[in-house]
Ligand binder design. Structure first.
Ligand SMILES: C[S@@+](CC[C@H](N)C(=O)[O-])C[C@H]1O[C@@H](n2cnc3c(N)ncnc32)[C@H](O)[C@@H]1O
Length: 183
């Protein structure tokens, strides 16, 4: 039985989803029950949901604008080679080698929305394995030179439970956009 609190979309994702160009397709990475694919559909976006276990996504198969992909993102090949998405959403999941692929999977004008646990979380529970915890500034580093950061946070949250998280919203400049001056 899914836990009601974790079925709710992340407030961070809900806040920054409007960065995704209208009508585009988002990629919900390690989608779990697909709470962000579902949120995207409710806002008129198309969605691709990928997970090693797609059993909790079965009801979405009835939706022609949802693509469900069963794939091992850690051992298998990247299943979206050559594809670009209007949005890439990742929550509560980290496999470091994927970070460059996730950034590269964004189409021009698209938005990366990422939120997961970070160093310091080990004081509050799991995950505590450093492999699953972002280092200070790691998401900023992942997008540097590729995307424009709209918002970034790293710190303790209290709800749905005390945890240390890091999150970013960043966009790839649309074609023809004047690049921001580098500092
Ligand atoms: C904590 S859940 C987060 C689910 C969803 N992103 C959310 O926030 O609601 C982590 C997800 O990662 C998926 N996962 C773990 N290892 C994976 C792998 N090697 N390839 C693809 N998905 C994987 C799990 O099946 C699970 O659905």
């Amino acid at each position: 039985m899914p836990h009601a609190a974790t079925d709710q979309p992340s407030a961070w994702v809900a806040r920054f989803l409007p960065l995704v160009p209208a009508g585009g397709r988002i990629l919900d990475v390690a989608a779990g029950g697909g709470r962000h694919a579902r949120l995207a559909r409710s806002r008129g976006l198309e969605a691709t949901a990928v997970d090693i276990d797609v059993s909790a996504l079965a009801d979405l198969r009835a939706d022609a604008d949802v693509e469900i992909v069963a794939a091992d993102l850690e051992s298998g090949p990247w299943p979206f080679a050559g594809r670009r998405f209007a949005g890439v959403i990742v929550t509560n999941y980290l496999h470091r080698p994927l970070l460059p692929l996730l950034v590269a999977a964004l189409a021009e004008g698209g938005a990366l929305i990422y939120e997961t646990f970070a160093q310091g979380n080990e004081a509050f529970g799991k995950p505590s394995n450093p492999n699953f915890l972002l280092k200070a500034g790691e998401l900023l580093e992942a997008v540097r030179g590729h995307l424009t950061v709209v918002a970034y946070e790293h710190g303790k949250i209290e709800t749905p439970r005390p945890a240390v998280i890091q999150r970013i919203a960043a966009v790839r400049a649309p074609s023809g956009a004047v690049p921001l001056p580098s500092s």
